[in-house]
Design a binder for this molecule. Structure first.
Ligand code: BJ8
Length: 420
């Protein structure tokens, strides 16, 4: 399908966009199509990626007749409130190396690739998702993002949620206020009142999405896992921008297929089981999973924001009788259950990793920090200590979006797996 007219209407730089899209099919083929897999339910997710700048962008443009399209960079931004405001939320975190040099024209090279690629995607006008959003919601998590919002605000309308650094009583209060402020801001900005019913409906939709992902991840606890780690990662990545109801349906169908596969005559393959943890891995950053899984091990779970942190707990609706109660439950779910390294201390993450290693019967941990992602790089030391105390082998990897370190990564990861 020729999308030129649509891209022109979004102000896309067509030549640069062609170059960007030229690299994707080869990468996708290498990571997904060249491997064996037998799950019919994955064909939907593969088709979404194959048409990543097509049908979904068209849907979002059409949605603008009904409500806003809102972009975010962090799983702390509550999707429920955006849906209740008749909005569509798209995750704008950028995972392609193509955008990094554009970002480096504006910000220092020694910044994490996620931020540089995000700025580069907007600055180069080559990402239709950046072009389609009416508003970008940022959050004061890491230092790089805090300052990036100032740069983005010259290119797109921004609203920034303030985040506490500590999960103290005071921190929780600040966050509760920020969640209410976001709700008030969206109501005013888009002249749309958010009622108890609309918020309840939105919570139920997002809870259903989380439950579907939880159901899929449950099947990965089996040996062997019925779905490869790279496929599970792709499914989660798509959740950040797909239509929520269609996506939930497709994830449930895939989870059911995985459940059936586990019940069929399914023999243990003896492959080592790996937990991946650290910075988020956003489309099309599939590098580490690809290397691990082509080096003889299976990634069976991800403790990161494109893994369990995204969906692990639902927003409670029990005993909520007012919009205020629902907003409080939303703030509680986000602040208490997402354990990001931007918080200090962050003991919840240590507990999460140990529990996941036990539940998913992991043989080892691969701790992945994006280059210059200081919070995750520093927190690796605590996780290493806890892993050692619990006799779980762990290796750390620091990497960006380029492929220049592939050979070195493979050598190190193969050696790690061999020693498990
Ligand atoms: S909840 S991990 S999505 S802040 S990789 S920009 S932390 S320097 S993305 Fe994150 Fe929210 Fe936390 Fe998750 Fe900074 Fe690190 Fe870059 Fe990062």
């Amino acid at each position: 399908m020729d999308n030129t007219k649509m891209y022109k209407s979004l102000g896309i730089d067509l030549d640069a966009h062609d170059t960007l899209m030229g690299a994707l099919p080869e990468l996708f083929k290498e990571c997904f199509l060249n491997k064996e897999q037998d799950l019919k339910g994955l064909s939907y997710f593969y088709s979404v990626v194959a048409d990543i700048h097509g049908a979904r962008v068209k849907e979002l443009i059409e949605h603008k007749n009904k409500g806003p399209v809102i972009g975010s960079f962090c799983i702390y931004v509550p999707e429920e409130i955006i849906l209740a405001a008749c909005g569509q939320l798209v995750g704008l975190c950028a995972g392609a190396d193509f955008w990094v040099p554009y970002g480096e024209q504006i910000v220092p090279k020694n910044l994490c690739p996620l931020i540089k690629a995000g700025i580069g995607a907007k600055y180069s006008r080559t990402c239709p998702y950046f072009q389609v959003v009416d508003l970008l919601i940022g959050e004061n998590t890491c230092d790089g993002k805090k300052k990036a919002w100032e740069i983005f605000s010259d290119m797109v309308e921004m609203y920034v949620m303030d985040m506490p650094n500590k999960k103290s009583e005071l921190g929780l209060k600040l966050w509760q206020e920020e969640v209410k402020n976001l709700c008030n801001f969206l109501e005013k900005k888009f002249s749309k009142s958010i009622s108890f019913d609309s918020l309840l409906d939105a919570i139920q939709k997002v809870n259903a999405k989380r439950s579907a992902l939880n159901r899929l991840y449950e099947t990965r606890k089996n040996s062997p896992t019925p779905i490869s780690g790279i496929d599970a990662l792709l499914v989660t990545q798509i959740g950040f921008y797909d239509d929520i109801e269609r996506y939930t349906k497709m994830v449930n169908a895939l989870a059911q297929e995985c459940e059936e596969k586990v019940l069929s005559n399914f023999k243990n393959n003896g492959r080592k089981r790996i937990l991946v943890t650290g910075s988020p891995m956003v489309v099309p950053n599939w590098k580490i999973h690809h290397v691990i899984e082509t080096s003889g091990a299976d990634v069976v779970v991800e403790e990161n924001c494109t893994g369990t942190r995204y969906f692990k707990d639902n927003v409670s609706i029990e005993n909520a009788s007012s919009k205020g109660d629902l907003l409080k439950n939303i703030s509680d779910r986000y602040i208490n259950n997402i354990n990001c390294a931007c918080f200090s201390p962050n003991r919840g993450r240590e507990e999460d990793i140990l529990k996941l290693c036990k539940d998913y019967k992991c043989d080892g941990i691969v701790y992945v920090s994006l280059s210059f992602c200081t919070t995750y790089m520093v927190e690796a030391e605590r996780i290493r200590k806890v892993a050692k105390e619990n006799s779980i082998p762990m290796m750390t990897v620091e990497s960006d979006y380029s492929f220049s370190d592939l050979g070195q990564l493979r050598t190190r990861i193969e050696a790690f797996i061999e020693n498990l």
